[in-house]
Design a protein around this ligand. Sequence first.
Ligand SMILES: Cc1ncc(COP(=O)(O)O)c(C=O)c1O
Length: 435
Amino acid sequence: MTDSILDLDRRHVWHPFTQAQTAPPPMVAVGGRGAHLLTEDGGQVLDLISSWWVNLHGHAHPAIAAAVADQAARLEQVVFADFTHAPAARLAAGLATLLPGDLDRVFFSDNGSTAVEVALKVALQYFANIGDERRRRLVAFDGGYHGDTVGAMSVGRSSGYFRAWDGLLFPVEMLPFPASWEGDQEVAAKEAEALETIERALGPDVAAVIVEPLVQGASGMRMCRPSFLVALAARVKAAGALLVFDEVMTGFGRTGGLFACLKAGVTPDLVCLSKGLTGGFLPMGATVVREAIYRHFLGEGLDKAFLHGHSYTANPLGCVAGLASLELLLGEACRSRIAAIEAIHRGRLAALAAAGLGRHHRSCGTIAAVELGEGGYGSAAGSKIKAFFLEHGMLLRPIGSVIYFMPPYCIEPADLHRAWDVLGEAAAGGVGGAT
Ligand SMILES: Cc1ncc(COP(=O)(O)O)c(C=O)c1O
């Protein structure tokens, strides 16, 4: 008899962010269609988290699938130190056109963490290249999460995921993040206090400040006002440091604008992209850098060059997926779907708040969050709410007491309303201590 997929998995696979001893067995995915994942037992699950925030247009979207299949039959991979190719050049040009100012130079890598590592290394080397050896310090925000490699962990240390490696991370000063929500009376005071701290922190030794613009994802969909980012950018610029926007999660329409930097009206010096970059088809990262910074990496020898790369840098399959995804994203149909999700989120959050259910209701574009019950990451309350949603055929990953929806843009309005109905039931029924 052959082993089942679950038997093989149980014996040989190590799952991310999971305590295997206590976690329920994983579901076996055999397919995807639109906003649904299809499981081995013939069931389907509504993917309310876009499979860890990557899927934009629905699973197995035929236009992206066809583009990848066509490219795979012609050129699957090529060393990017010696070659370029049409998908990479076109995707870089497309990103440069969409991003503001002179954010025109694209460095491709493998995922969100590497997009961040590249940004940090470019920022530090930039100051070395221009002869300002003092600027070696990085500054980040409390609650920020930027990935699981060592540099990304260092700037994301306060997210609380990295205690096992504490002593190995390099020192980074953490600034307060003025997280806010609907009806928050304290927001102006929190922002003023944060900006004061930021001014004090921005000494002549700071190379770069990194922030998740508008929404801190992994620490619980903590949202700030666009005006805070405008004020932050002005202070970082005045201090002569570089501003890095980690748009790994917020990019490609998630916040309602094409990018959070456009929505906030801020032109940062570097932007990190991944997740939605390929519409959820292939792992890929991109760090977009202002041309004025890139110029300082040019010279006669290798000493000023950026000596960094990954085997799969600018993989052609990832690039064509990116191009096909961008085409869908820029279409009128996608824009109106994003607007519809935004309107449903707003209306349903307001109704929950009016019914006295949940705390700190907030939304930004296609992301909506509310707090129910108590508890940190992986808490029993979160697990019970997750299980309750699964009983209704819906996938969630609560972050502690934060319940959030971040669906693919193709989700049917009726399905999204159903998800809000289930959330209302969970809150009214006190599932997992939720109220
Ligand atoms: C804002 C942000 N930056 C970076 C990352 C890391 O991305 P990856 O998991 O692709 O390495 C994440 C992942 O959740 C993220 O949300």
